[in-house]
Design a protein around this ligand. Structure first.
Ligand SMILES: *Cc1c(COP(=O)(O)O)cnc(C)c1O
Length: 413
């Protein structure tokens, strides 16, 4: 069997293999090894009649055009490689990429609303901004919040979507996706799979019809690219492409390139960071300073824990770990959801969905576990209000630029 035949083989390839080959099968025949980046915003054609026919076809079907895209808001060959690869990893027919996770969710909601289905049933907690987008009805949708057991009952004739995150941001609560998909009947279930990634969970195999990612997180994986993507069947992908064309939330081709590159190391990154996270969870679980540890059964590199002390002191006390929102990067990040990622959610809704004021969320990266533990255990014992920034003496460049001032640590901690 030669290399070209292999791509069309019926034999399913392992995830690790797809991660480095999907979306790249034609490269050798193009005489290339790295995927080309196509930055064109427009594509010349001397045949306006043919272009008109192609535009008509896209407008009526939303199918990807054969040949050049006409205009970059329709499609982009570099982004299409990322879409193809992500669809393959999720076991979905298609994927459509957007400028961010929120742009992706916006497109899904608009696509359903355009079909007259403006009601959404959603399970809390969700990422703070997803919660806000639904709760504020910014796109003219209406939401019913429920727990997984109440989904079937909450569905109405105008329900266009059931939405869940599993594991959820930030509590890492898990839903039984298969049971939930069953409760949805004919209404599509959207699973935000940002935290698990297809390495740990493939919601389509469990009955979800729509899988959403903030590609900004694990798919990109290095904290330097923003994007979103929806994996789904080709029929819904067509509607999403039409919405993307009309509303313009496109992914930039450079971001598409970086996301495709990120996918190639996704399995190794997620597995390595998950191993470290599991070890940190084991240590935190018996630590007297920790009231409660949250870690999903499926594993992963996200952990959350509630402290007896002041969570702000922990944030102020880390030095190796970066105190910052977001997640899924090669380095470890920690943040306080009640102050940052879920700040926009009303306090009562936040608390009732399990987001305690003492909860900290940590995205475990690829550092050595002992170095991380040393930093974390130091931060957990940090004296109240550890001085992060010194007052700037006149002319002191470092402090004026807001550089943290190192706090001396006891040896061996
Ligand atoms: C970050 C995040 C989003 C939003 O994605 P952006 O790329 O920041 O727009 C959506 N869902 C989850 C679970 C997230 O963590």
């Amino acid at each position: 069997m030669d290399a070209m035949d292999y791509g069309h083989s019926a034999t399913p390839r392992a995830l690790a293999t797809e991660a480095v080959h999907a979306g790249r099968e034609d490269l050798a025949s193009l005489g290339l090894h790295a995927p080309p980046i196509d930055l064109s915003t427009t594509y010349p054609s001397y045949d306006a009649r043919a272009e008109a026919a192609r535009i008509d076809e896209f407008a009526t079907t939303g199918a990807r055009l054969d040949g050049p895209p006409v205009y970059a808001r329709l499609d982009n060959p570099t982004v299409a490689r990322f879409e193809e690869a992500l669809a393959r990893l999720e076991g979905a027919e298609a994927a459509v990429a957007f400028a961010s996770g929120m742009a992706a969710l916006t497109a899904v909601l608009l696509a359903r609303a355009s079909q007259g289905l403006r009601h959404v049933v959603a399970v809390r907690p969700l990422y703070g901004c997803s919660d806000h987008l639904l709760d504020a009805g910014l796109l003219g949708t209406e939401v019913t919040w429920t727990d997984p057991a109440g989904v079937a009952e909450a569905i109405r004739p105008d329900t266009g979507l059931v939405m869940v995150e599993s594991p959820a941001n930030p509590t890492l609560a898990e839903a039984d996706i298969r049971a939930l998909a069953h409760s949805c009947g004919s209404v599509p279930l959207l699973v935000d799979n940002t935290f698990a990634t297809p390495v740990l969970q493939r919601p389509v195999e469990q009955g979800a019809r729509i899988v959403l990612h903030s590609a900004t997180k694990y798919l990109g994986g290095h904290g330097d690219v923003m994007g979103g993507v929806v994996a789904c069947d080709e029929e819904f992908a067509r509607t999403l492409r039409q919405v993307r064309f009309a509303t313009g939330g496109v992914l930039h081709p450079l971001a598409g390139y970086l996301l495709l590159r990120g996918l190639s190391t996704l399995p190794v990154r997620v597995r390595a960071a998950s191993g470290t996270a599991a070890e940190l969870v084991r240590r935190l679980a018996t630590d007297p300073r920790i009231a409660r540890v949250h870690y999903p059964k499926i594993g992963g590199a996200m952990i959350a824990f509630e402290v007896y002390g002041d969570p702000h002191d922990v944030i102020a006390g880390v030095r190796l770990i970066t105190p910052a929102v977001s997640l899924g990067s090669v380095d470890t990040l920690i943040q306080h959801p009640a102050s940052i990622s879920h700040r926009i959610v009303a306090e009562g809704d936040r608390r009732s969905s399990g987001v305690s004021d003492r909860l900290l969320r940590m995205s475990v990266g690829l550092e050595d576990v002992e170095d991380l533990w040393r930093d974390l255990t130091w931060a957990l014992s940090a004296p109240p209000a550890a001085p992060l920034r010194a007052a700037a003496p006149a002319g002191s460049h470092g402090a004026a630029a807001g550089r943290p001032v190192a706090v001396p640590r006891p040896a061996g901690l």
